[in-house]
Design a protein around this ligand. Structure first.
Ligand code: SAJ
Length: 418
C-alpha cells in the first residue's frame, strides 16, 4: 500500500495555488496551517473568506476554517511538512527571481526538528529544488541534508509543480496527475504521500530537475502553440483573410488542432515560465524565445490597430471589454488587455476611453486617475462607443445582444462575435 501522509502541513504562500492546496489537504483530513506575509490575506482566510475569485474555493475555505482544519498566520510554525507556494517572477534579464523561495526557506530552517518534508511547488528553473536542500544545509549545518547522502537524511526535499488551470483549480487539483521530483528517491516517495491525501490522479515519481523542467515544458508547449495561432492572425490580417475561418477549416484535419488567437498571452504562468528555459539554455531555446516574442508583441499590435481605427472619427469614444488575462477570472497579472488599454490611453491621452470589466470594482493603478478613462458597466460602455474592442472572452460579453453593437466599429480580438 502506498503511504498516505499523516501530520500537520504548513502551506507557505496563500495565493492562487497555496490556498486551494491548503483547502484540499484540510478537506482530506489533514491539519493545515496557512502562512502568508500579507496580513490582509491571513485575516481574510482566518475569517473563512477568499482574497480572490476562484469557483468553488470560497466554500472550501469557509468549510475548512469552520471545521478547524485550516488556520492562517504570518509566522511559519513547526510542522511535519512544508509546501512552498510563493511567487517566482522573472527579473529584467529574464532570470528567475527566487527571493521569495529563499525567504520561505529561511523561515522554515529554524523550525526543523528532524524528519520533515519540504516541498517546493513554485515553478522554478532546473536546479532550484536541490538549491533549497543546499540552503537548508547552510542554515542548519547540524542536520544531514538529502543532497549529501542517499541514506536517511534529517529532512526531505522535493519538487511537485502545480498544474491546475485558473478557473478550474478545485476540479483539477483533485483530478490532475502529479509529478513529484525528489532530491533523492526517498524524498520523492515522502513528498508523494502528501498528495495522496487528496489527489485522484496518478502520482509520477522522478528526480527534482526533471520535475522542474517538465513543468516549464508544459507551459512552453502551450506558449509556442498559442504563438502559432497569433502569428496566423497577423498574417491573415495582412492578407485580408479571416483567421477564425481558416483555423476552423484546418482543424477539421484529424491531426491538426490549432489553438485560438487572442490579444496576447497573459497570466503568471505561460507568459513567465518559458523564460526560465531560455535562461537555462539561451543559445538553444530559439523557438521558445521567438514564441514569447510573438505573443508579447501582440498587445502592442492590437493597441496600434485600435488607435488607427480612431482616426476616421472627430471625437471618438472607444469601449474596451475586459481587463483580465483570460475569460471568467479576476486576475489582471501580466494581462495583455491591461497593456492594450494602457497603450491606447498613453497614445491618445484625450480619447474618451470606457473600460468594462465585470470582475473588478475599481480601475487598477496603471489606469486609475486618468481623467478620460472610466470603468463602466458593459451596456453603458457600449452604448456610448463608436468603436468596441473585445479583449477578454468573458461569458458576460459573449451573451451581449448583437443589436447593441449595430453601427459601431468592432474589433474582436477573441473571435466571440463572429
Ligand atoms: N490563450 C490564448 N489562446 C488559447 C489559449 C490561451 O490566447 O488558445 C491565452 C489566454 O487568454 C491567457 C493565456 O493564453 O492570456 C494563458 O491562458 P491558459 O488558459 O492557456 O493558461 P493559464 O496561464 O491560465 O494556466 C496555465 C496552464 N498550463 C497549461 O495548460 C499547459 C495550467 O495548467 C498551469 O497550471 C498554469 O498555467 C500554471 O500555473 O503554470
Amino acid at each position: 500500500m502506498d503511504e498516505v501522509f499523516q501530520g500537520q502541513v504548513a502551506v507557505v504562500g496563500l495565493g492562487y495555488i497555496g490556498l486551494p492546496t491548503a483547502v484540499s489537504l484540510a478537506v482530506g483530513g489533514v491539519e493545515v496551517i496557512g502562512v502568508d506575509v500579507n496580513e490582509a490575506t491571513v485575516e481574510a482566510v482566518s475569517r473563512g473568506e477568499l482574497p480572490f475569485v476562484e469557483p468553488d474555493l470560497a466554500i472550501g475555505v469557509s468549510g475548512a476554517v469552520t471545521m478547524g482544519r485550516l488556520t492562517a498566520t504570518t509566522k511559519t510554525p513547526e510542522a511535519d511538512a512544508y509546501i512552498i507556494a510563493v511567487p517566482t517572477p522573472f527579473r529584467d534579464d529574464h532570470q528567475a527571481d527566487l527571493s521569495h523561495v529563499r525567504a520561505a526557506v529561511e523561515e522554515i530552517a529554524p523550525r526543523l526538528r528532524g524528519g520533515e518534508i519540504v516541498v517546493l511547488e513554485s515553478t522554478s528553473p532546473p536546479g532550484t529544488t536541490e538549491g533549497v536542500s543546499r540552503w537548508l544545509e547552510e542554515l542548519r549545518p547540524d542536520l544531514v541534508a538529502p543532497h549529501t547522502s542517499e541514506g536517511v537524511p534529517d529532512f526531505h526535499v522535493a519538487h511537485c509543480p502545480e498544474r491546475v488551470l485558473p478557473g478550474r483549480i478545485m476540479v483539477e487539483m483533485i483530478t490532475n496527475d502529479r509529478v513529484v521530483g525528489g532530491v533523492t528517491r526517498r524524498c520523492a516517495a515522502k513528498a508523494a504521500s502528501i498528495y495522496r491525501v487528496f489527489s485522484k490522479g496518478e502520482i509520477h515519481l522522478t528526480d527534482a530537475a526533471s520535475a522542474e523542467m517538465a513543468k516549464l515544458v508544459e507551459n512552453a508547449y502551450r506558449d509556442v502553440n498559442i504563438a502559432f495561432a497569433n502569428e496566423l492572425s497577423l498574417i491573415s490580417e495582412e492578407l485580408r483573410l479571416d483567421v477564425w475561418e481558416i483555423i476552423k477549416m484546418a482543424n477539421h484535419h484529424p491531426r491538426v488542432d490549432i489553438l485560438t488567437p487572442g490579444p496576447g498571452v497573459g497570466g503568471h504562468c505561460i507568459a513567465v515560465d518559458p523564460w526560465f528555459i531560455v535562461g537555462a539554455a539561451p543559445q538553444l531555446s530559439r523557438l521558445i524565445r521567438t514564441a514569447r516574442e510573438v505573443n508579447d508583441s501582440k498587445p502592442h499590435h492590437v493597441a496600434e490597430q485600435v488607435v488607427a481605427k480612431t482616426e476616421r472619427f472627430r471625437n471618438p469614444t472607444v469601449a474596451c471589454l475586459g481587463l483580465a488575462y483570460k475569460a471568467n477570472v479576476d486576475d489582471l497579472r501580466e494581462s495583455p488587455a491591461m497593456d492594450i488599454v494602457t497603450d491606447i490611453a498613453d497614445a491618445l491621452p484625450d480619447l474618451d476611453l470606457r473600460v468594462a470589466e465585470p470582475f473588478v470594482d475599481h480601475l487598477p493603478p496603471a489606469l486609475d486617475g486618468r481623467p478620460h478613462v472610466r470603468l463602466q458597466r458593459v451596456h453603458e460602455a457600449i452604448d456610448d462607443a463608436d468603436i468596441v474592442v473585445v479583449l477578454v472572452d468573458h461569458d458576460h460579453f459573449r451573451s451581449l445582444s448583437r443589436s447593441r453593437l449595430e453601427g459601431k466599429v468592432l474589433y474582436d480580438t477573441r473571435g466571440i462575435w463572429r
